[in-house]
Each structure stands twice: as structure tokens, then as C-alpha cells.
Design a protein around this ligand. Structure first.
Ligand code: SF4
Length: 259
């Protein structure tokens, strides 16, 4: 299906379903996806098995220069973003200068667009790195993926590369002390002959227990909005998302749904 890659380091602003008017920052290469997951629903397509030399990440200096130029232009156009969002062609926290880039972004935001929030969309696989963890504590919207409370489901939906230990990830998410937003993708369908449905009662009950442990400031629930690499996936129905949202609220958390 028609998945796509972002062809720029700074992209947008775009109207985000979840975040408002969002100026995007892609810390990954513009010609290849780089990620520690290979989610079957990823709108960037499959993660390559091997990265070649074309997987060149932008430098901290380059990101700073391009962001400064774009923000100056947005100030001149009186078109400031609601949020500056780290997303793009993979997992932003894999960038070796992630912490420094966050520092620069905070500085530039304060200078040119002080009301804009800074958001990072992450898959929570790099939280064991102290510099990444500390940097995420400095931003407003620290949005971390948790697609299921069952490692077996995560292995089917997110296909982690290398070792993945859900218990450790949950411990790291808990350490944020509420300075974290949990994002969960709900889907139905099948992949390689295996049924996928993380909207079942069993899935939701276990996931709610993890939320109670992590205590996020907000929970974002959403479903497929664009083409995915696997054609046998279906959107979670609005009725299921509404029911899940109700349970999240009853558990005492703020919830945001994107259908
Ligand atoms: S974590 Fe995000 S970028 Fe990586 S494969 Fe999953 S959806 Fe795609």
C-alpha cells in the first residue's frame, strides 16, 4: 500500500489529528526509515532489515539552522505553530544528539514561538539512556507508545528489533512520575495468519492495569488513519474506541481519541 517518507528535516506545519497546528522535525534520514520497531501499521512502511550508508542522520547543527530559519519565516508570516513535534521517518530518540537537539529546540521555541509546546512521539525503546530520559522530562508533550500490556501482542503489532522487555519499559515509563502521555494504537485484523485485536476485554483490562501503574497525564487512543504496509488490518471501530475511552476516564485519566 502507499506508505510514505518525509522528505525534509523540518516539515509542515500540518494540522495534526492529535496535536493541533504542528511544525514537524524529522531527525531520521529523508530517504529511509530508521526505527527500533517495525510496526505493521506504520505509515512510513517497513523498517529496512539493514541500513546502508544512505541512512545519514542530520547533524544537530543542521537541525538547529533549519529550525531557526523556519521559525523566523513563521514569525514573519504570523503563522506560529501550536506545537513543535519530533516525529518523521522512524524513532527520534535513536538520534545520537537527541538531548542536544532538544536543548536547541527549547531555546529557539522560547525565542521565536514561546507559546508552542514541544512534543516527541516515541516508541519508548530508548528510555534506558539517561540523556534521552532527562531530555524528555524537559518538554511539554512526552508521548510514549504502549500498544498492549502483553509482550506477545507487542511482538506481533510492533515487531521490536532486538531485545524488548515490556516490564523494563513499563518501569521506565513509571519513572517519569506523570510527565508522560501514553499513546496506544488500536487495530483489528490479521498478519501472517495470526489474528490481531488489541481491543478485546482481556487486552483492555491488562492495559488499564499498566496505566494505573504508570499514571500518565493523558492517554491518546487512536486507530489507523492512512495506508499501512499490511493490507489485512482494519481500523478499530469508533464504538470500540469510545468504550475504551470511557474505561480510561473511569480509571481517572484524561483521554483523547482520534478516530
Ligand atoms: S515506532 Fe513509529 S516509526 Fe517506528 S515502526 Fe512503529 S509507527 Fe513506525
Amino acid at each position: 500500500m502507499a506508505t510514505f517518507l518525509f522528505d525534509k528535516i523540518i516539515f509542515g506545519p500540518v494540522k495534526s489529528r492529535r496535536l493541533g497546528v504542528s511544525l514537524g522535525i524529522n531527525l531520521l534520514p529523508v530517504n529511509v526509515k530508521v526505527c527500533s520497531f517495525d510496526c505493521i501499521y506504520c505509515e512510513c512502511g517497513w523498517t529496512p532489515k539493514k541500513y546502508e550508508e544512505k541512512a545519514k542522520l542530520p547533524s544537530r547543527k543542521e537541525v538547529r539552522q533549519k529550525l531557526e530559519k523556519k521559525l523566523k519565516q513563521m514569525v514573519a508570516d504570523r503563522e506560529l505553530p501550536d506545537v513543535i513535534t519530533f516525529a518523521g521517518n522512524g524513532e527520534p530518540t535513536l538520534h545520537h544528539e537527541f538531548a542536544g537537539i532538544i536543548e536547541d529546540t527549547i531555546e529557539l521555541r522560547d525565542q521565536f514561538s514561546p507559546n508552542a509546546r514541544i512534543a516527541v512521539l516515541s516508541n519508548a525503546t530508548m528510555l534506558h539512556k539517561p540523556a534521552v530520559f532527562e531530555a524528555l522530562l524537559k518538554i511539554e508533550d512526552n508521548i510514549q507508545k504502549l500498544d498492549s500490556a502483553f509482550e506477545s501482542t507487542i511482538k506481533i503489532m510492533d515487531c521490536p528489533r532486538g531485545n524488548f522487555n515490556l516490564e523494563k519499559v513499563v518501569d521506565q515509563l513509571t519513572r517519569f512520575g506523570k510527565k508522560v502521555i501514553i499513546q496506544t494504537m488500536f487495530i483489528k485484523g490479521s498478519f501472517k495468519g495470526q489474528k490481531i485485536d488489541n481491543t478485546t476485554e482481556k487486552e483492555i483490562a491488562a492495559w488499564l492495569e499498566l496505566l494505573k501503574k504508570i499514571k500518565p497525564s493523558q492517554v491518546m487512543i487512536y486507530t489507523i488513519a492512512r495506508d499501512t504496509p499490511v493490507e489485512t488490518l482494519k481500523k478499530a471501530p469508533a464504538q470500540s474506541l469510545n468504550l475504551i475511552a470511557k474505561k480510561v476516564e473511569e480509571a481517572g485519566f484524561e483521554v483523547q481519541i482520534s478516530y
